[in-house]
Design a protein around this ligand. Sequence first.
Ligand code: SAH
Length: 262
Amino acid sequence: MKTTKFFFPLLLALLASCLGCGQGKRTQYIGIVSAMDVEIELLLKQATIQETKTIGTATFHIGKLKGKDVVISRAGIGKINASSSITSALTHYDVSKVIFTGVAGGVKDEESVLDQVVGTKVVEHDYGYRGNDGFIWCGGDPGLQEPGEFYECDKALVDLAYECSLATLKDQKVFKGTIASGDQFVASSEYVAYLNEQFDAYACEMEGAAIAKVCANYDKPFVILRTLSDKADGVAKESYVDFMDAAGDQSSSILLRMLESL
Ligand code: SAH
């Protein structure tokens, strides 16, 4: 009787303190996402990685970078891999904000390869309605054909990314604007002109809008950072192959500078 009286409150106290310390210890991460290994190579060289996990097509490296707790994920190419990977990151880890880093095709005439684009909003350029008269960019409901959606990047992250791009780059230009995503590598002068006219896009790539849509669903602030590996024109494939390493590293170096202020 005496033992039970003593033991029961002690057990409760222990249980409560364990629950408390578990909650207090839950780490908040900055989520860093890319499509390809080449886009996170520089980050992994500088990070201290405690654990690497594979969930579906995505690889997650969990550790510290610039003193910050980070989950660095290599999602795989395209919107489906990007959605799957960001959903896993947001449901498995306590992620406070998301930064995508990688390479892209430039859309504007005044842009050059290795210039930097910070996304202010993101759009799916290949989502819509295809009829006998061609493609209409719109919401998916054929009865309504409402305009498609733009996803806004987080203003504070955009401002920081822009500042850090200017501070990091010497010879390259820095642009802020819309990024158009689709499940296709764009290597066509005609299509890139359409992306400019229809969306006033500054870059085209294959993952940003998926990251944006899932982050919007989970109410997580995000930004998309892209260094231009090519101009999405007739020679885009060759340019991409020649410049993806340098472009991947450049985007990462801007992200490293951002981490110092986050
Ligand atoms: N190396 C891959 C193909 C990469 S696709 C293979 O051979 O399978 C191109 C990647 O870079 C995508 O992740 C995309 O987001 C980005 N990208 C760079 N330039 C692009 C362009 N012109 N159009 C679309 N995506 C581009």
